[in-house]
Write a protein that binds this ligand. Structure first.
Ligand code: 5GP
Ligand code: ZN
Length: 139
């Protein structure tokens, strides 16, 4: 995509601190890190949302994500990391090119778990119904 900042990074048209590259993906340091070592991994091909990707492309991306996450934890001497993506604008995605965040984590760093992103306290007496609805939506 012509006007996509992450496509431009993938094509080396704008600079980034690239930590990893393979045929399918490229990883670089986030320009505005929420923790030291915060890294993003992107597919070189432009997809807007993770859920737009074909299964094989998503698989390739996550193989690279795992490799980079291991390296980030080692390099940052981090005993853990949060690995995830904001899928769509409603979920906080600002750059409309799929990217997986790898955020190094430490005991006592005052960060939260992934479940702390949103708390709408939904009812739980409809789990059976929801299970069926999601199962019926599988493609
Ligand atoms: P999102 O909210 O879309 O999941 O996160 C986008 C991330 O990309 C943000 O953490 C932001 O700091 C990072 N980012 C945005 N523009 C650039 C850029 O030009 N270079 C780099 N390295 N990171 C960027
Ligand atoms: Zn793009």
């Amino acid at each position: 995509m012509d006007n996509c900042i992450f496509c431009k990074i993938a094509k080396r048209e704008i600079p980034a601190k690239i930590v990893y590259e393979d045929d399918f993906a490229i990883a670089f340091l986030d320009i505005s890190p929420c923790a030291e070592g915060h890294t993003v991994v992107i597919p070189k091909q432009h997809f807007e949302k993770f859920t737009d990707m074909e299964e094989k492309d998503a698989g390739n991306l996550f193989a690279s994500v795992q490799k980079v996450a291991k390296a980030v934890e080692i390099a940052m001497d981090a005993p853990g990391s949060n690995i995830g993506l904001n899928n769509g604008k409603a979920a906080g995605q600002e750059v409309p090119h799929v990217h997986v965040h790898i955020i190094p984590r430490y005991e006592g760093d005052n960060g939260g778990a992934i479940q702390s992103i949103v708390k709408t306290y939904p009812k739980t007496d409809n789990l059976e119904e929801l299970k069926e609805k999601i199962r019926e939506s599988l493609r």
